[in-house]
Design a protein around this ligand. Structure first.
Ligand code: NIG
Ligand code: FE
Length: 406
């Protein structure tokens, strides 16, 4: 790759995660070239291109090159859509009221239950192509619209097939504890037992998930239920990445950290206690500003988290109910406009810290020799900050995944 005006995050020995003040720093090489060999990052340098006989040369035409985005939190496998609820919210119903009336996650679960595996795959595939076109090279996808063993397995099989069919890196998360099906309304613990005693062993037996998630929040799963589910997951080697503190100070951050979660996600409600708990642990605070935008919720206090010396990852939460977009350029813009982050901070948050939050930091998130050659080529820009600044207009010229132009 030649004529790279600026090669961003080219680092031989990258640090992961990037925390606190370090989040505002980005390494960059001006007037650079980059060699890709067998789908991996090779060497890079500045100035004249070293000649490679017979090799294909991509002319970046004065654009910048950065690592492909790592979106560590999505629910992009789902059936149908929920724009009717979008309208209901404009008319005055809240997300929680819609959920209590059997809409929300249960609405998606009903649709998914009536959708065959092949059809679910066909509906989800274009969403994956769409996020690739918008620069994503690694994505975590959750189950959680099945809510019974058969349909949770169906979702996870679709996630596995998507990862096999497409050059994007996919990690799968089992989220059976996303909501309580209507028939368990009067005995929620019985559903928790279904998750721990039947779903988790079945998911593990087929090796369908890398991670386990629980929606630990007001009106959904309690801290005690979350603890039981995470323990059962741990017995089957599933590492927690959980939904916490989206709707209230739910105790989700604490139960996540205690169970050595790789990430705790959402965090719209974070106070001093949560910040203290997040220090000195390996758990990545992962913020989803698209959800706050779409639902009109308060935004997570990113500034406080970073200023406390902690790392932050940003992800899209791509799902039909609370954030029907997987556009990471938009997520970066929201990180700046609504979370008060700096351009360099959002870039770290959507690349190396996102990679860390889904356990792929060894192969994604920076431009490092030996890592997977999944990078984004931008149009010529005056500075990197121009990319999130020009919100709503993509600055992406080309996306390269595993060394191949998409
Ligand atoms: O991350 N908070 C829980 N789950 C999703 C929403 C899912 C839905 O509404 O379909 C979220 O916001
Ligand atoms: Fe989510």
């Amino acid at each position: 790759m030649k004529n790279i005006a600026r090669l961003l995050m080219a680092e031989s020995e990258p640090e992961a995660p990037v925390s606190g003040k370090r989040m505002a720093e980005i390494t960059s090489l001006e007037n650079a070239w980059l060699v890709i060999e067998h789908g991996k990052i090779g060497c890079f340098g500045q100035g004249e291109v070293i000649p490679f006989r017979d090799d294909e040369v991509i002319d970046c035409q004065g654009g910048m090159v950065l690592p492909a985005f790592c979106d560590a939190h999505t629910h992009l496998v789902y059936a149908g859509s929920r724009e009717k609820e979008y309208e209901d919210r404009i008319r005055g119903l809240s997300y929680e009221e819609i959920a209590r009336r059997g809409g929300g996650i249960l609405n998606s679960a009903g649709l998914l239950g009536r959708t065959a595996e092949e059809e679910l795959y066909e509906q989800s595939l274009p969403r994956l192509h769409e996020i690739i076109a918008s620069g994503t090279g690694a994505v975590e996808i959750k189950s959680g619209y099945g809510l019974d063993t058969e349909n949770e397995l169906k979702m996870l099989r679709v996630i596995r097939r998507l990862g096999e069919a497409i050059p994007v890196t996919v990690r799968a998360t089992f989220l059976g504890a996303h909501a309580f099906p209507a028939e368990y309304r009067s005995d929620r613990d019985r559903y928790v037992r279904l998750v721990t005693d039947e779903m988790i062993p079945a998911v593990a037996a087929e090796g369908l998930a890398d991670f386990i998630d629980v929606f630990c929040d007001r009106g959904f799963f309690t801290v005690e239920q979350t603890q039981m589910i995470l323990e059962a997951g741990a017995e089957h080697g599933l590492v927690p990445k959980i939904h916490a503190n989206e709707l209230d100070f739910s105790g989700g951050v604490q139960v996540g950290v205690t169970n050595r979660a790789l990430s705790v996600d959402h965090l719209e409600f974070v106070g001093e206690e949560e910040l203290e708990v997040l220090k000195n642990c390996r758990t990545m605070p992962t913020l989803l500003p698209g959800t706050s935008l779409f639902l009109g919720l308060t935004y997570a206090p990113a500034r406080k988290i970073i200023d406390a010396g902690l790392p932050v990852a940003l992800a899209s939460d791509y799902n039909p109910g609370s954030s029907p977009s997987g556009n990471m350029e938009l997520v970066m813009s929201l990180g700046i406009m609504q979370l008060g982050m700096l351009p360099n901070e959002v870039l770290n948050a959507v690349t190396i810290n996102g990679a860390y939050a889904m356990g792929v930091e060894e192969v994604h998130g920076t431009i490092t020799p030996g890592k997977i050659a999944s990078v984004v080529i931008t149009r010529p820009m005056p500075s990197f900050g121009f990319m999130p600044y020009s919100y709503g207009t993509s600055q992406i010229d080309k996306v390269i995944l595993n060394g191949k132009i998409q």
